[in-house]
Design a protein around this ligand. Structure first.
Ligand code: BES
Ligand code: MN
Ligand code: ZN
Length: 502
């Protein structure tokens, strides 16, 4: 990851900050934000003049660049519209920050400054700082390691947040939180974007081990274990192993343990689906768009990204990550529709469709999770096309029988602007998973496809509080902007931060 943007904090007044560009908010009707007011006073009213002359509307997303103003240290002033004064909420703030960052990066500025954060109606000032960091990293993220011609490196190298004397500490903490979150999001995106001939189960295992090497050292808070096929056989993970029968690529079961909390405190367990390529197996998928099934490991990528953030920030809680990872390929040795396999839990499964493989690897990981006596288990999976039909790419699908846990995750998604929508999990849907020949079938037909997939998983989660996030619609973008989104790392990081603070 080659992002070399530096973030720092400086106590002072906006007009005295020496930077190539200082960014300030302007509200509807030409109302200047606090930083713009300070710059206006120092320049003898030039900022206000430009605004009054109608060069910027103040609508979220409008921008105006002023250059060479006297009386201030910064070479440029970038005004960014932020909507109605006094009504600035988190959502509007992001609508302003994203185009603001774009306009900033389009200038030649190598250094930038942001004035003291405006008060938001529904978020604290630290949140605003964190989001600016994340937006800058988002806008400068590139995935061009396989291209001969690289995109131009961003010119902007250093970013300063101007703080009033009394909020040094929270601003510094917000910068650190933003950088840690951006690092996690970036890792998740890159793992998703890597081609499936590179990002194999072994590659995911090496990535986890790399995290432990980089961050495990100080205090040894992160430990990683990788279970190989032999060990999975000994554990009787017959359902997981059935998915690997068609491929020569060795499966891995990655166990990450982060001990940031009290010794005996029950951990949160995150389980990520790690299908590094989903061809469908013998129930082969149609060819069109099949390349996108390299993203079928985005649940695993999310767990690794969340751990990246977690260890960098040193959050005070215990978290276990479980990643069952393999390829789903057809071959003469592949699992057939009609095969019956025995899961680690002892439940037998009739595999009616080898393309419903995510639940087959997750169910054994969910059984394995029992040994940690978890405070809660959350699995994250690109599980069903049906979830995309239900929710599109706006909300991740959230399934849980536990109202408190569901509410916690929904609130975290709202706060992080990485939303999820709760879906049903009524027992009546279990009917659709009945098999004539085994304890359950691995598909439930077309109606409520994302619900029956979640119902399948619920059969393996009886001994702890559990939630399932179906991220098939949110983990990556298709079309011209094809690429990993880094979701739902922000949601999960917010959830863990709240738990660590509780
Ligand atoms: N990985 C897919 C789900 C998926 C499909 C995610 C498209 C994102 C985009 C999963 O393994 C799958 O193939 N699910 C099947 C289940 C069906 C066979 C019951 C599906 O959704 O069609
Ligand atoms: Mn599949
Ligand atoms: Zn899949």
């Amino acid at each position: 990851m080659g992002n070399s943007m530096k973030f720092s904090m400086k106590v002072g007044k906006p007009e005295t900050v020496a930077a190539d560009c200082i960014v300030a908010l302007v509200h509807s009707g030409g109302v200047l934000g606090a930083t713009a007011q300070a710059l206006d006073a120092a320049t003898g009213g030039l900022v206000g003049h430009a605004v009054q002359s109608g060069d910027i509307s103040g609508k979220p997303g409008s921008t105006l660049l002023l250059r060479g103003l006297p009386g201030i240290e910064a070479h440029r002033v970038l005004l960014v519209g932020a909507g109605e004064a006094g009504k600035l909420d988190g959502k509007t703030f992001i609508k302003s920050v994203t185009p603001g960052v774009k306009a900033l990066l389009a200038t030649g500025a190598t250094s930038a400054a942001f004035g003291p954060a405006e008060a938001l109606s529904d978020r604290d000032a630290g949140w605003a700082v964190q989001q600016i960091v994340v937006a800058l990293r988002e806008a400068t993220y590139r995935f061009d390691q396989f291209k001969r011609e690289k995109a131009d490196a961003p010119k902007l190298l250093s970013v300063t947040f101007v703080a009033a004397g009394d909020d040094e500490k929270p601003v510094k903490a917000a910068i650190a939180a933003g950088v840690a979150l951006a690092n996690g999001i970036e890792l998740t995106k890159t793992l998703g974007n890597l081609p499936p001939n590179v990002c194999t189960p072994s590659y995911l295992a090496e990535t986890a081990e790399g995290l432990a090497k980089e961050f495990g050292g100080k205090g040894g808070k992160l430990k990683v274990d990788v279970l190989e096929r032999k060990q999975l056989e000994a554990l009787k993970m017959g359902s997981f192993l059935s998915v690997t029968h068609g491929t020569v690529e060795p499966p891995k079961f990655i166990v990450l343990k982060y001990d940031g909390g009290a010794k005996k405190a029950a951990p949160v367990v995150l389980v990520g689906k790690g299908i590094t390529f989903d061809s469908g197996g013998i129930s082969l998928k149609p060819g069109e768009g099949m390349d996108e099934m390299k993203y079928d490991m985005c649940g695993a990528g999310t767990v690794l990204g969340v751990f990246r953030t977690l260890v960098e920030q040193g959050l005070k809680l215990n978290v276990v990550g479980l990643i069952p990872t393999c390829e789903n390929m057809p071959s003469g040795t592949a699992t057939r529709p009609g095969d019956i396999v025995t899961s680690m839990s002892g439940l037998t499964i009739e595999v009616l469709n080898t393309d419903a493989e995510g639940r087959l690897i997750l169910c054994d990981a969910l059984t394995y999770a029992e040994r940690f006596k978890p405070a809660a288990v959350i699995d994250i999976a690109t599980l069903t096309g049906a979830c995309i039909i239900a929710l599109g790419s706006v909300n991740s699908g959230l399934f849980s029988k536990n109202d408190a846990l569901a509410d916690e995750l929904l609130a975290a998604g709202k706060q992080a602007l990485d939303p999820a929508w709760r879906m049903p999990l009524d027992d009546e849907y279990q009917e659709q998973l009945k098999s004539n020949f085994a304890d359950l079938a691995n598909i439930g037909g077309r109606p409520a496809g994302s619900v029956t997939a979640a119902c399948f998983l619920s059969r393996f989660t009886k001994t702890y509080d559990w939630a399932h996030l179906d991220i098939a619609g949110t983990a990556w973008k298709s079309g011209a902007a094809k690429g990993g989104s880094g979701r739902p790392v922000p949601l999960l990081v917010e959830f863990l931060r709240q738990r660590a603070a509780a």
